[in-house]
Design a protein around this ligand. Sequence first.
Ligand code: TXA
Ligand code: MG
Length: 328
Amino acid sequence: MARIGKDISTAARLLLEGQLVAIPTETVYGLAANALNVAAVSHIFEVKKRPATNPLIVHLASVAQLSDYVASMPDAAWQLIKAFCPGPLTLVLPRTQIVPDIITAGGNTVAIRFPKHPLTRALLRETGVGLAAPSANPYGYISPTNAHHVNRMLGNHIPYILDGGPCTYGIESTIIGFPNDKPTIYRAGSITRRQIEEVIGTVYQYQGHEIHSPGMSAGHYSPTTPLYITTNIQAATADATDGDTGIICHSAYAPNIPQHHQIILSHNADLPTAARNLYAALHEMDHRGYKRILIEQLPTTGVGEALNDRLKRAATPHITTSSHNLPL
Ligand code: TXA
Ligand code: MG
């Protein structure tokens, strides 16, 4: 198992030696390597079993580092950086030649993010280089939102996990690019489309092929246990009384099921709280060995758009309205 600690100089030393370190961010934990070390970055792909066609985000400490990695910046990108960074926003921008092809999957753009977590900001300052980091989970599985999740999934493959406690947002960053000067959301996330439109006006939703952002493909963010979404938790659980179903509810327990088979995401029906707890609930239910997991569809306002987007990609059939659709 990996060592878990809060020692920034150990983490920085390992990274500069070319090793991998798991890092806390405000969204989810990342699996980091020195972005300029091709061997180290290729090790990320091996450990995650991630296809080489899926590019990585480069994490930076400050805008002073941007010109090393980014060839040109649209005005809208500057406006978004001023409004939201450091924070859970990733910008897809034209790359410089210094950025290794393995990071961009050979493409002309590089994804850049300025994470907000104080430990990771201190680590980025200490190393002085960009850190390439996807979420610290095996490819296709649920992202980690605490150090224990990382250790359970990848602990045998990495020397150190920098422990920054549970992630405050709990869902991956919003990804925005500027193809043909049109601001385009590639992946919904903690920062909502409305928040972005308040700063730069109309933004488009990417409708294209998954190659540009495989995090948008179905079959991502999935537990091993089949996951079903329901718009009517009461009806869907009517027959699910056999103890074989783990149930994740938004704000109130389903009445006909013992509470120890259920997890509530937010007792106050607060969506940011639900976001913070969602992945931990999925990890927990997946490890309890149920035959199936049933989750209540979340409201679609605010960060709910991103949460439902993740659930749809994680789920087996997309929506079930009653227990008749559940393979009980
Ligand atoms: O919140 C986050 O973004 C977390 C933390 C660790 O920063 N990172 C994360 O990374 O979610 P990952 O690799 O799991 O997801 C990044 C997504 C992938 O779907 C990838 O395809 C997309 O970003 N991406 C990376 N570079 C891109 C590029 N140049 N153009 C379009 N999409 C890109
Ligand atoms: Mg990921």
